[in-house]
Design a binder for this molecule. Structure first.
Ligand SMILES: [Zn+2]
Length: 246
């Protein structure tokens, strides 16, 4: 399995060992979340270079992580960066599993808010759980002339996620995803304590079913078939998602 992971020269042996372990952990978590057999499912090839981010290409994952990450960190900031890197690896691995369900001809058939929101929510990256914060972020978007095309992004548009309001877009998508696949009418109360994931088996199955049926039915029909929530529009987000946060 190790032979499938390629690090550039920038990484220490310790960091390589950590990275290999985290990639395998992310793979195992995704196997459980997508209910596939980890003994027979194929691990993607993974290239790791310096930076922050990643991109998934069906059976090939490109990861950028910092070569300066401290393993066995003594201080809070360093353990925070490790967790962020761990979540990033899991996030990108979710995209690999989504793409393998979609098939090579349909890699980008999901709407962006759903594919990104699912990767955020399944990897435990931050989602917004405070109603006031959500309203504040929505207000910032509503100042844009094309707010809806960003909030309900169906195809990827370029945006600078280091700048407001776009720095909160992934957290908003994470919350929209949780809303769209939720069993209940409100956000799981444990999100008040941490970003989870706090997903039931039924919710995971629903998310996977939407991905699996998208190539045949189209995303919107697959979403309507499996979700009991109304489809989202920019004007409905405020009421629906706000009452969901509670
Ligand atoms: Zn992503």
């Amino acid at each position: 399995m190790e032979n499938n992971f390629y690090f550039t020269d920038h990484f220490s042996d310790t960091l390589r060992a950590w990275g290999r372990e985290e990639i395998k952990n992310a793979f195992r978590k995704c196997c459980a979340q997508f209910e596939v057999d980890s003994d027979t499912h194929k691990m993607p090839r993974v290239d790791i270079s310096p930076g922050y981010g990643g991109s998934a290409h069906y059976d090939f994952l490109k990861l950028s992580i910092s070569p300066n990450l401290e393993i066995n960190p003594g201080n809070e900031n360093e353990s925070r960066s490790l967790k962020v890197a761990q979540q990033l690896i899991h996030h990108e691995m979710v995209h690999i599993f989504q793409q393998q369900l979609l098939g090579q001809q349909n890699l980008y058939a999901l709407q962006t808010w759903f594919s990104e929101g699912m990767a955020v929510a399944l990897s435990g990256q931050p989602v917004i759980w405070e109603g006031n914060d959500f309203l504040k972020e929505l207000d910032a978007f509503e100042a844009l002339p094309d707010a809806e095309s960003y909030l309900i992004m169906s195809n990827h548009l370029a945006f600078d996620m280091s700048k407001s309001p776009f720095d909160s877009l992934y957290a908003i998508w994470g919350l929209m995803f949780l809303y769209s696949i939720s069993d209940g009418e409100s956000l799981h109360p444990d999100y008040k304590a941490d970003d989870g994931p706090h997903l039931t088996a039924t919710e995971l199955k629903r998310a996977v079913a939407i991905v699996r049926d998208t190539p045949d039915l189209g995303f919107e029909t697959a979403l309507q078939l499996h979700s009991n929530k109304a489809s989202l529009t920019a004007s409905s987000i405020k009421n629906e998602v706000c009452s969901f946060i509670g």
